[in-house]
Design a protein around this ligand. Structure first.
Ligand SMILES: [Zn+2]
Length: 342
């Protein structure tokens, strides 16, 4: 089969379309014919060698897979050839104390698809059967590949790690990002008043299209003042954050008394400092969020087929153009998801 493999780290790294052996399923495994696979910030970290773990190369990246079952192992009874599936990218063990209570995002032996093992920028991908989630009838593969990872990450943040009540003010950082675009839609569905941020007119316009009530210009150094103004100096109840660096401290300036920041990323920097005094006086919360549980993926796909959650797709590349897809995401000019279709 053909696979787009990372041969050498860098920015850009060296990505080549190579002919490699077809994966063979073990007893508990399934081989999926990849129809579409979403590109994520995680793929760029792998490309540039920026992950805190050493990854042996070559590696096939790609963690947001939608496709059809091509072959099943001898112990697989729930899946058959032709089934339409999404793959949960945080492949969990199903045996540790956290998996046993449905908290697969906390799995002690979790493996990331496309990082710790070969992923979906290939004609086929091999995964354990427990990683499969059935696609609801009528859901497009492209929609799944554009929502399964970032959409379920946002679902986990807004409905599991934190909760949204009708009437709450929610600030969703980065309207054009996968997590941001999903967070706006989920918060609106839950009855919130939503403010988002964007660095260009096009990104702020996208925020409004997705349902945000307001979109502030994140290139204005004092954009938190805009947020305070929009909420009559009260601040927001929940901030959905995924950038870190100098953005996260600014989120505290936007936060109401009793408010919560939930964060799932550190693209702009991993070390931050903030003033503890207003934090405890105002009884605020800072909550970490990582990946998703199986339930979050299922809810995301159900909302998608019901039309409550729509993907924003920037562009679709053929497998042979995977390196160009990486360049496109790296350029930061994207409005929504970049997909690869083998
Ligand atoms: Zn586990």
């Amino acid at each position: 089969m053909k696979a787009a493999q990372l041969i050498a780290h860098g920015s850009p790294g060296k990505i080549e379309l190579r002919e490699i052996a077809d994966p063979q399923p073990g007893a508990d495994d399934v081989v999926v014919n990849v129809v579409a696979c979403g590109l994520n910030r995680l793929d760029l970290w792998l490309e540039e060698g920026g992950l805190p773990v050493q990854i042996p190369l070559p590696r096939t990246p790609g963690s947001e897979v939608a496709g059809r079952v091509a072959a099943v192992g001898s112990a697989v009874t729930d899946w058959k050839t032709g089934d339409a599936v999404a793959v949960q990218s945080n492949i969990f063990c199903n045996e540790c104390e956290f998996c046993k209570r449905g908290e697969e995002s906390l799995c002690l032996r979790g493996e990331l698809l496309g990082i710790a093992r070969d992923g979906g920028f290939a004609e086929k991908v091999l995964v354990p059967q427990r990683a499969l989630v059935r696609l609801p009838a009528g859901l497009e593969f492209e929609t799944s590949a554009a929502l399964t990872l970032a959409g379920s990450t946002a679902m986990h943040m807004l409905t599991d790690r934190a909760q949204v009540r009708a009437g709450d003010w929610v600030l969703a950082i980065g309207a054009s990002s996968g997590v941001g675009s999903a967070a706006i839609q989920i918060a609106k569905q839950l009855g919130a008043r939503v403010i988002s941020t964007g660095s260009t007119e096009a990104k702020r316009s996208l925020a409004k299209t997705l349902g945000a009530d307001f979109a502030v210009d994140s290139t204005n150094p004092d954009w938190p003042a805009e947020v305070r103004k929009l909420t009559n100096k009260r601040g927001v109840d929940l901030v959905v954050e995924h950038i870190g660096g100098d953005v996260l401290p600014k989120c505290f300036e936007c936060l109401a008394r009793g408010g919560t920041i939930v964060t799932c990323g550190a693209t702009a920097g991993r070390d931050i400092s903030f003033n503890l005094w207003p934090f405890f006086v105002k009884q605020q919360r800072l909550i970490g969020s990582y990946g998703r549980n199986r339930a979050d993926v299922q809810t995301t796909l159900e909302w998608a087929v019901a039309g409550k959650l729509k993907p924003v797709i920037d562009s679709i590349f053929p497998l042979a153009q995977t390196a160009a897809a990486f360049s496109k995401l790296r350029s930061r000019e994207v409005l929504g998801k970049v997909l690869v279709k083998p």
